[in-house]
Design a binder for this molecule. Structure first.
Ligand code: DGY
Length: 366
């Protein structure tokens, strides 16, 4: 590791991290910083040119870290730090082969340190911007939020006077006449559980979860979580049951080949006609054409998407954009000032720790 030992260390930063976070890097006199100068995703050619001889690089989820990039960086590279919890854009195998450290930002998206006790239950409400937005998408998709906001924006409200059943959709919270609500999670990690915690005060009764197609089809109840969230049942189920039973299905699993198009025609056909699907993980988990068909043909009620396969190239003629009951926002689930600052800070700290041979605050297991 002799080539790591003598500063200056070249550090490439693929996006300016702003005035609160950049000084963490700028004030390190051992660093020679090279920062992508524009306010848009870093150009691949710029990155390939500038990575040579770098000791560390801070990337965004828009920057592909593959063998080509790692080879260009050369043997000096010690750490790749991504400002994201997802790390599908990094070839982890190639990173492991080169004995690199990879940092990411999992716990700032679900920071138990900032928890507050929810007044309605003994549930810990983790600080989690992605969970907040997942609930927003479920509500918007169910309650015609997208359609309603668009028509007001277009100056069309006057065409729709109040009507007894105008703009009605399925209710997320339970009522006396509709006392059961089953929430499903495809992926049941920290973000999913923070989403579950937010839904407890809505009176939901059942939580079903599956970790994906390869998860064993053993049906298991989880008494501990049932008690924690005061629910009738929390159970690990297979994908069929998850699809059949969920009133709202939250897709919150990592991307990558293991979960590619796990939401497909087969799964969507099994869902309830009144159900909602929310995806705040990665676009690749959902087959967009199948989802558009499911919405068009009424297999499900609506969809709320933070991510779409092929983003950001999602234009007006995209099949999902054409579906009125599909609410789409442009990958903003973590976009609160607080969260993005924490993510950027964590990305900087991960990089600094790895370069100086200290424990990284959040290191991906390679
Ligand atoms: C992540 O951190 O992976 C999120 O997708 C960013 O919003």
């Amino acid at each position: 590791i002799s080539h790591f030992s003598s500063p200056p260390y070249k550090v490439v930063v693929c996006r300016n991290l702003g005035p609160d976070v950049m000084p963490l890097l700028e004030n390190r006199h051992e660093f020679e910083l090279v920062v992508w100068p524009e306010d848009r995703a870093c150009d691949r050619t710029w990155l390939l040119e500038n990575i040579a001889g770098a000791t560390g690089v801070i990337v965004m989820l828009t920057d592909k870290v593959d063998t080509e990039l790692l080879d260009k960086a050369g043997p000096s590279l010690r750490v790749v730090s991504t400002m994201s919890v997802g790390h599908e854009h990094i070839d982890l195998k190639a990173a492991a082969q080169r004995a690199l450290k990879v940092g990411y930002t999992p716990d700032v998206l679900t920071d138990a340190g900032k928890s507050a006790l929810h007044p309605c239950s003994s549930t810990l409400m983790n600080f989690c911007a992605v969970a907040d937005l997942s609930v927003m998408l479920a509500l918007m998709a169910g309650r015609n939020g997208g359609i309603g906001a668009a028509l007001v924006q277009n100056g069309e409200w006057s065409n729709f006077s109040w009507a007894p059943f105008g703009f009605c959709g399925p209710q997320l919270s339970t009522t006396a006449t509709s006392p059961t609500r089953k929430i499903g999670f495809l992926g049941f990690g920290r973000i999913a559980q923070a989403t579950l915690a937010r839904l407890v005060p809505f009176g939901i009764t059942h939580c079903l979860y599956s970790s994906g197609p390869s998860s064993p089809p053993n049906l298991q109840r989880d008494a501990e979580l049932e008690k924690k969230y005061n629910l009738k049942a929390v159970a690990k189920v297979d994908l069929d049951e998850l699809a059949r039973e969920s009133d709202v299905l939250f897709v919150l699993a990592p991307g990558g080949s293991g979960t590619y198009h796990v939401v497909n025609e087969g799964l969507l056909k099994k869902m309830k006609k009144t159900s909602i699907i929310v995806n705040a993980s990665r676009g690749t988990l959902v087959d967009s054409d199948a989802l558009a068909k499911a919405l068009k043909e009424g297999w499900i009620w609506g969809a709320g998407l933070d991510v779409v396969e092929g983003e950001p190239n999602v234009t007006r003629d995209h099949p999902l954009v054409k579906e009125p009951r599909c609410v789409i926002v442009p990958h903003i689930a973590s976009a609160t000032l607080e969260t993005r600052k924490s993510m950027a800070t964590r990305a900087a700290h991960n990089l600094i720790a790895a370069i100086f041979g200290e424990n990284m605050p959040a290191e991906v297991d390679l």
